[in-house]
Design a protein around this ligand. Structure first.
Ligand code: ATP
Ligand code: MG
Length: 397
């Protein structure tokens, strides 16, 4: 029986003992979410295999699973030289169909099942000769081939061709949970993507200022979550910041508006994260991009909370962020026009060097705890799940 499959290789660094099986279990779960109902994932000797009718199509979906280092479409066949030859010919033919400029190949055989009568060099040799006969325009190049046909002899023989790079990283969920402060802009979705890439499962937190901002701006955030959930299931929590913003506008110096508003965002997010096991906050801030992203500002903002604030974009230039946003899929949504609470309440000249004492003094005019508690009470929550190619969202509170 010839079964088509995708071979999945994953990182092994730091994966020892208990850690390893934990990692593998989570990776398997993350792989399952991109599979179609007739596809299955199996685990065997430090590899994962996805059995599928359409290896190339499955490979394209598996490229969106963090923790996958490389993958190869291929087949599993019975331990029979004829079967192996035919499978290798199929692998080479489909690689050629994808990329007609392939001219040279080599065969790399590994035999871990010593019951098979041919040694690894014999298999490579026989298979090489067979493929040259079948594909007369190809040549063998053992040093720098365009494609390597891999054969692994185990209980069955695995035959695979091209090695496709996966996204790398760690499977989502293997590093625990964090809250992502998600605006409708370009940066925060990219920050969320990078956190997910390191295994973090996200609770996205968005602050709206309805009725000053429209339902459309929240729709945009929903669409961002839908795109982002391609990389990992996530939740979206909407909070109203309206009361906070009104109170700030009424009682605090205008040039500190942004700083104080950001401090409230962090406080509300932190209080929410304490309700579950969410151990950090993630933001899309990068250094020096706008007035609120100077070191002085970040210092004043972060001082409001004690939870770690992760800023994956801190060293990125805007052009680099944009390039990544395009690649991971949120750019198109982010550039749609929207009314952000910040753009509505942003003062003409926000302070780039707020002083913490002044900020704290200004906040004395506010009922900080009361405002945070009230904002927590406005929460609406949604979850985004990917199944195969589609995303479902459901409201849970
Ligand atoms: P972005 O493109 O992510 O909006 P930005 O460069 O426009 O980032 P700011 O608008 O100053 O920067 O926001 C800094 C960070 O604060 C954002 O990356 C995001 O993490 C958080 N943030 C801003 N506005 C909101 C909001 N309405 N709800 C939740 N988080 C927000
Ligand atoms: Mg913004």
């Amino acid at each position: 029986v010839n079964t088509k499959l995708v071979v999945i290789r994953y990182g092994e660094i730091g994966l020892k003992g208990k850690n390893r099986s934990f990692f593998e279990r989570i990776l398997k779960k993350q792989i399952q979410r991109v599979l179609k109902p007739d596809e299955e994932v199996h685990h065997d000797f430090g590899r994962l295999y996805v059995y599928t009718q359409e290896p190339l199509d499955a490979a394209a979906r598996l490229k969106e699973v963090f923790g996958v280092v490389t993958l190869s479409p291929g087949a599993s066949v019975e331990l029979d030289m004829r079967e192996i030859e035919e499978a290798a010919a199929t692998v080479l033919a489909s690689a050629l169909a994808e990329n007609p400029s392939i001219r040279s190949f080599k065969v790399e055989a590994r035999r871990s099942n010593k019951a098979f009568p041919h040694t690894s060099p014999e298999i490579s040799h026989r298979l090489g000769a067979f493929l040259l006969g079948r594909f007369p325009s190809m040549r063998v190049d053992v040093h720098d081939p365009h494609i390597t046909v891999g054969v692994e002899v185990r209980q069955r023989a695995l035959v695979f061709g091209q090695v496709i790079p996966g996204p790398g990283g760690l499977p989502v969920g293997s590093a625990g949970r964090a809250g992502l402060l998600l605006s409708g802009g370009i940066d925060s979705p990219v920050a969320g993507y990078l956190a997910m890439k390191r295994g973090v499962m996200l609770d996205c937190i968005h602050f709206h200022t309805f009725p000053y901002t429209s339902e459309r701006s929240v729709d945009k955030v929903r669409r961002l979550c839908s795109e982002l959930s391609k990389w990992g299931d996530l939740n979206l929590h909407l909070f109203s910041l309206t009361e906070v913003v009104e109170a700030i506008k009424q009682s605090c110096p205008e040039k500190l508006t942004i700083t104080i508003m950001r401090r409230f965002m962090l406080r509300i997010a932190e209080a929410f994260c304490r309700q579950g096991r969410r151990l950090a906050l993630v933001t899309g801030e990068s250094l020096g991009q706008v007035a609120s992203q100077t070191l002085e500002s970040l210092y004043c903002i972060e001082h409001a909370v004690s939870v770690p604030v992760l800023r994956p974009l801190i060293g990125f230039d805007k052009t680099e962020i944009v390039a990544l946003a395009r690649r991971m899929g949120t750019y198109e949504v982010s550039v749609q026009p929207f009314d952000d609470c910040c753009s509505l309440f942003v003062p003409r000249n926000p302070s780039t060097q707020p002083r913490l004492e002044q900020v704290i003094c200004a906040e004395n005019a506010l009922d900080v705890q009361g405002l945070v508690d009230a904002a927590l009470g406005t929460r609406e929550s949604w979850s985004y799940h990917r199944r195969g190619q589609g995303v479902e969202s459901t409201r849970w509170q």
